[in-house]
Design a protein around this ligand. Structure first.
Ligand code: GLU
Length: 411
């Protein structure tokens, strides 16, 4: 089952509980607009390279659409469509005034020079500049993109529309970005993890955490959780996984990646194990923080963690989710667990529109507040309807979107 089918099934379970009419289900599952553009550049070798760029705008009932741009070889329209819908539910769960969108290019950014990536990004924006903007749809970083890419987007967009820093979020701090945006997704994952631990009467000091993925989200989640005295027993990236029963020294791991172009390759602060073994470790919390679809019906029965916190988007296939649920594993869904990123994007957008700079403390305080409220809300709905956190989060999200669409009279 692919990401779109999984999302649809999760949606349907919540829609059933909400008693949503078929006509509204259809409306909420159909994207507003799906755009596909050709992106052709000259490579450093002089060769011509052509890619397909996507932007799916899923729903704008609650505000301008919002969501990242992903540069990854496996990007395709179905995946982008699923991720766009997830953004609609995510922005609604944290109650920020946005709809949902997502975009991407099927390209492996690691195999392109910085000049080539800049050219690809500018060409992509040439193709879609007239369908996004501060009041329409606001892109942001996602897998394979970063603040540098966002700076090119702002600059290219500005060539058509004039100075518009609010047309994209996740920009460098020196270029109308927000201090705290870069760390926000990982910080949010840590905040939500600590809240779950506390609700389940577990102490951070006695909690062993395994984190799959050591990119933007995984590194900051590891940093904040280790600061909260959780024991990070395993981390991983494409080079493999690293395990230490007594807890990995996260500062040492961060130093290692800083000195090795972001890679954990050669890290000696833990025993080397495989990425598959990381999923099966005896630990308390498992945090998938990389690709989607990594928890499958094959590895789900072997997961020993009591809690799974979805830092990645769509990491759990539906059949695997059912298996985890049957086994009593507590799963915190992506649309709540990783919502810290888009929440800080909202602060950045607000800052850009006010032309008033926010500091790191204000960003952190407001982030903690919004995520705290969202967590409580989802927890309460879960208790009231005797359902798991995923269905509860979808119920909160879908309920808000339906209400806004009804109030606007668009139905
Ligand atoms: N790409 C992130 C996500 O999936 C952030 C999106 C945003 O900041 O707009 O939530």
């Amino acid at each position: 089952m692919n990401a779109y089918e999984s999302m649809k099934l999760y949606f349907t379970r919540a829609a059933d509980r909400l008693g949503l009419e078929d006509s509204i289900r259809k409306l909420l599952l159909t994207s507003k607009r799906e755009v596909q553009v050709q992106v052709a550049i000259e490579r450093d070798s002089g060769e011509l390279a052509t890619f397909v760029g996507y932007r799916v705008q899923h729903d704008n009932s609650r505000g301008p659409m919002k969501g990242g741009f992903r540069y990854h070889p496996e990007v395709d329209l179905e995946e982008v469509r699923a991720l766009a819908a997830l953004m609609t539910w995510k922005t609604a769960v944290v109650n920020i005034p946005y709809g949902g969108a997502k975009g991407g290019l099927a390209i492996d950014p690691k195999t392109f020079s910085s000049r080539e990536l800049e050219a690809v990004t500018r060409k992509f924006i040439d193709g879609i500049h007239d369908i996004f903007g501060p009041d329409i749809d606001i892109p942001a970083p996602d897998m394979g993109t970063n603040d540098k890419v966002m700076a090119w987007i702002m600059n290219q967009y500005g060539k058509y529309h004039g100075f518009s820093p609010a047309c994209v979020t996740g920009k460098p701090v020196e270029m109308h970005g927000l201090p705290g945006r870069e760390e926000a997704t990982g910080r949010g994952v840590a905040i939500i993890t600590l809240k779950v631990l506390s609700r389940l009467n577990r102490k951070p000091q006695q909690s062993r955490v395994a984190i799959q993925g050591f990119g933007n989200v995984g590194t900051f989640a590891a940093k904040f959780l280790s600061e909260a005295e959780c024991k990070i027993t395993a981390i991983s990236d494409v080079s493999g996984a690293y395990y230490r029963a007594g807890g990995i020294d996260i500062s040492a791991a961060l130093r290692h990646t800083a000195e090795h172009r972001g890679s954990l390759e050669g890290f000696t602060g833990g025993e080397k194990i495989s990425n598959a073994q990381l999923f099966e470790l005896d630990c308390d919390v498992l945090i998938p923080a990389a690709l989607g679809g990594v928890i499958t019906k094959e590895n789900a029965p072997k997961i020993k963690a009591a809690i799974v916190v979805e830092a990645a988007n769509a990491p759990t296939n539906v059949d695997a989710d059912d298996l985890l649920y049957e086994r009593g594993v507590f799963v915190v869904p992506d649309i709540l667990a990783n919502a810290g990123g888009v929440t800080a994007s909202y602060f950045e957008w607000a800052q850009n529109r006010q032309h008033y700079s926010w500091g790191l403390n204000r960003c952190r305080q407001e982030l903690d507040h919004i995520l705290g409220e969202a967590f409580q809300n989802v927890w309460d709905v879960g208790k009231e309807h005797k359902t798991n956190m995923r269905t509860a989060a979808y119920m909160v999200g879908i309920g808000r979107v339906r209400r806004a669409a009804t109030l606007a009279g668009t139905m």
